[in-house]
Design a protein around this ligand. Structure first.
Ligand code: BGP
Length: 470
């Protein structure tokens, strides 16, 4: 659709930026924090670990002052469950509670809206040792943790995100690290964990609405539209297969309280159906999110399955993420989109397309909780960092979002990845995402000083103009 005039960004649009606790905080064992699975898992050799990360735990006041200078209206960060409840449940750690109280207060001081992710990949290790998400008791533990968060911060936090990228954890579990010995759970167990996470999420959304009626809560999923490689009908079916299994099934359950029918049939056919107790359906149907939080990086292009092992291949430039599934879909190339240095597809129009699909499926406001480009930025001798590729990436994606707003999509805000440099999930520190450069490399912590990049000043101007320049 080509319009005569694009609509403006809404007046109270949440111009923000994101981080997650384990990728930015460091202080992995300080002030009573217990280890999470991330601390205990094996990660690819030669890359930065998460023990110090960007040391945001000690630099948060300085970082938030910089976010305020950039003009952020929102800061999306995650709370480490292991700081609040070092045993996963039970006794609350006052130092952990005070830490996030201080982070939230620092945001509020500058009029920055805290957007809080409750769980971003970092399950307490002690719970993992008791079976983790395979154990139904973890559902109670998550609800109990949520109760502590709502009680402690409910008056100060309006936007809550339940679980970050549940679909990544279930479909690409190795991306967040490998258990010792490298053995990942079976697919049957992964879908059982998925079911338990869905129940935990439903209970927590319901609890939020009871304890904090003024607050809003939603899941944060990695959502992306799929293109068929050609107009061959079989390619279209395969694209739809993977779009459902990768995206819609994970959003349908929280919104509709039901699994997507195609996903359910797939699970039954493959012997992957989780054990579902009769009362689970009421739990799932008894909660509804107020918005959909969406992480968007790339679209995918899909071809019909050949029905053999050749359907499976590694993602371009990333041997750790396998794509394709026998009898379901095969990953294909798209000649019409760009790619980052790390092989990730760059597709701003696909962003608009995905936003339209999410809007049309769920009829809920959308908050972008991640979008960004990883690149090996370089600190110049004069302290500047020139990242024109990042500015171009954001310019194009925000323009596409403005087109989506004009299409009628209800956008709450935009919190790209990342507010400040962080450790990548599995590709180290050199793959930088921040508006602010942190002076360290993979192994050498240097002085961890902060330097605004060119994109920082570009975003500052964009926010000040409420996106009128886009
Ligand atoms: C998302 C995660 C983030 C972040 C981002 C970039 O999947 O929610 O935590 O890491 O991807 O990915 P990566 O760090 O692998 O480049």
């Amino acid at each position: 659709m080509i319009y005569q005039k694009l609509l403006d960004f809404p007046e109270h649009f949440l111009w923000g930026a994101s981080t997650s606790a384990y990728q930015v905080e460091g202080a992995w064992d300080e002030d009573g924090k217990s280890p999470s699975i991330i601390d205990m898992y094996e990660h690819p050799a030669g890359y930065a670990d998460f023990t110090v990360a960007s040391d945001h735990y000690h630099h948060f006041a300085e970082d938030i002052a910089l976010f305020a200078k950039m003009g952020l209206k929102a800061y999306r960060f995650s709370i480490a469950w292991t700081r609040i409840l070092p045993q996963g449940t039970g006794e609350v750690n006052p130092a952990g509670v005070e830490h996030y109280r201080a982070v939230i207060a620092e945001c509020r001081k500058y009029g920055i809206e805290p957007v809080v992710t409750m769980y971003h990949f970092d399950l307490p290790w002690c719970l993992e040792q008791q079976g983790g998400w395979l154990n139904r008791a973890t559902i109670d533990a998550f609800e109990n943790y949520a109760r502590v968060l709502f009680t402690e911060y409910g008056s100060e936090v309006k936007y809550w995100l339940t679980i970050n990228e549940q679909n990544t954890m279930i479909l690409h579990p190795g991306a967040i690290g490998l258990p010792k010995g490298g053995q990942l759970p079976s697919r049957k167990d992964l879908y059982q964990m998925n079911h338990h996470m869905m129940l935990a999420q439903a209970r927590v959304m319901k609890l939020c609405h009871v304890l904090c009626p003024q607050a809003k809560i939603g899941p944060a999923l990695n959502l992306t539209a799929m293109y068929p490689e050609t107009c061959r009908p079989e390619d279209a079916i395969a694209a739809h297969n993977w779009e459902v299994l990768r995206c819609w099934n994970f959003a349908d359950v929280p919104v509709f309280g039901q699994y997507h029918p195609l996903a359910m049939r797939y699970l039954e056919d493959r012997g992957l159906t989780p054990e579902i107790q009769p009362e689970d359906w009421d739990t799932l149907a008894g909660a509804k999110p107020d918005f959909i939080a969406m992480n968007y990086y790339s679209t995918a292009t899909i071809a019909a399955s050949r029905g053999d092992a050749s359907d499976v291949s590694a993602r371009a430039g990333d041997q750790q993420i396998m794509l394709g599934e026998e009898g379901v879909y095969r990953a294909a190339e798209n000649p019409y989109v760009g790619k980052t240095q790390y092989g990730w597809v760059v597709d701003p129009t696909g962003f608009r397309y995905t936003l339209r699909k999410v809007c049309e499926r769920y009829h809920l406001p959308i908050l972008i909780t991640e979008n960004g480009i990883g690149a090996p930025d370089k600190l110049e001798a004069d302290g500047s960092v020139h990242d024109p590729y990042r500015i171009e990436f954001y310019e194009k994606h925000l323009h596409a979002m403005r087109e989506a707003i004009t299409d009628g999509v209800d956008m709450l805000g935009y919190c790209p990845w990342a507010a400040v440099d962080v450790v990548s999930t599995h590709q180290g520190y050199a793959k930088r995402y921040g508006f602010i450069y942190v002076d360290r490399d993979e192994q050498d912590l240097r002085d961890l000083r902060r330097y605004p990049k060119d994109s920082f000043y570009w975003y500052q101007k964009t926010i000040a103009e409420n996106g009128k320049n886009l």
